[in-house]
Design a protein around this ligand. Structure first.
Ligand SMILES: [Zn+2]
Length: 382
């Protein structure tokens, strides 16, 4: 087994998002990688510039960071050739490691666009070293820049600047060598460029202390959000059905939370959200289940209370608003009656004779813009 620590540099449409090539917002212009063996010892490097085929001007913001020009890039080989060589160099036993979650998706997007066959396993697991660094050295949630971490870990900085794929890959590999892979290497991330096609294809990833489940794509958002496989919770340790202690609730921002209990393994907290796949437009769910304690369960209950409180406040504000609108309309109507203006509408009612209802409806529909109704009816009267 080898770790392939890699970094990509990419360009984007110089004219902005609207002019992006569908399915490939970023075109890879450089691949840099370091190969480490299972003891995290360096075994080799890969580095190559890629000749652009889609975005032929370097976006001004990217130009600021790069140390090479379009002229340099044009000397490079085409993505199709570079990528095939890179993948062959990686070998069949590669565990990809990146700084942050985005690189594999962009690699696959470029592969798809330029017709390079995608033989990656599905689900494609990788190590997001930015996340692992956070789990080991920070709170697991914050994400630091590579430069910051290199400084924190006192890794000697070479003159090669950041934002060259190979120097970023070297720095990332140096960070990897300082991480505890035995303890944290199991916390793999899953690349979601290719979501599960069917129920059989769905991802159930058990990381020991938590489980990640990715459902297959469906066309309807609500159908996905209410799917039983997302909502019925089985203990990920023993696979027995867990009892809902705090049933799923939505935070009204597209996320769902709940607390469940396995008779054998105790409390489990869960959260899921529905995402839309950018390639197919299908909706799929990502759910995380994690064993918790009383305190963790209470935190979810507290979250629910806050969500309900917020919803109640919003409802009350709406009620208040409606009440004010009604009061204003009433006052305006009273005013119009007082001035004798609304009565101007009355004769119409008599004119229509038997058709009482439409006349009242018409009068009512004209009510809100009272002053105008008044003016109009007054003119009509004249
Ligand atoms: Zn259990």
């Amino acid at each position: 087994m080898h770790y392939i620590v890699f970094d990509l540099e990419w360009n984007q449409s110089p004219k902005g998002k609207e002019d992006s090539v569908p399915g490939m917002p970023f075109e890879i212009i450089e691949i840099g990688a370091v190969k480490l063996n299972e003891h995290l010892e360096k075994e080799g490097e890969y580095c190559e510039l890629v000749c652009p085929q889609e975005y032929m001007t370097i976006h001004f913001q990217i130009r600021k960071m790069l140390s090479y020009t379009m002229k340099d890039l044009k000397k490079g080989r085409l993505f199709q050739d570079v990528c095939k060589d890179f993948l062959a160099w990686c070998g069949d036993d590669a565990v990809f490691c990146t700084w942050g979650p985005g690189d594999l998706t962009e690699l696959e997007r470029n592969m798809n666009h330029f017709g390079v066959a995608n033989h990656f396993p599905k689900p494609l697991l990788f190590l997001d070293l930015q996340k692992i660094y956070s789990m080991e050295y920070q709170d697991g949630k914050v994400r630091s820049s590579l430069q910051h971490v290199v400084e924190e870990l006192k890794i000697p900085e070479t003159k090669g600047d950041y934002h060259r794929a190979i120097s970023d890959a070297r720095y990332t590999a140096a960070v990897a060598q300082k991480l505890d892979f035995e303890q944290y290497g199991k916390y793999k991330s899953v690349d979601l460029y290719r979501i599960p096609d069917s129920v059989e294809d769905e991802f159930h990833l058990n990381f020991g202390t938590y489980e990640k489940y990715v459902s297959h794509g469906v066309e309807d958002h609500e159908q996905c959000a209410q799917d039983k496989k997302l909502r019925i919770v089985k203990c990920y340790v023993c696979q027995k059905k867990a009892k809902a202690r705090t049933p799923w609730f939505s935070d009204n921002q597209g996320r769902y939370f709940g607390v469940f209990e396995c008779t054998e393994h105790g409390l489990i907290k869960g959260r899921y959200r529905v995402k839309q796949d950018s390639e197919t437009g299908l909706y799929y769910g990502i759910r995380i289940l994690k064993q918790t304690d009383r305190e963790g369960a209470d935190a979810v209950v507290e979250r629910k209370r806050r969500v309900e409180e917020k919803a109640a406040r919003r409802l009350e504000a709406r009620r208040q608003e409606a009440l004010e609108r009604k009061q204003m309309a009433n006052a305006a109507m009273k005013d119009a009656f007082d001035k004798g203006l609304v009565e101007g509408v009355q004769p119409k009612k008599k004119k229509s004779g038997k058709k009482k209802k439409p006349a009242t409806k018409q009068a009512a529909s004209q009510m809100p813009a009272t002053s105008q109704v008044g003016a109009n009816s007054a003119t009509r009267q004249i």
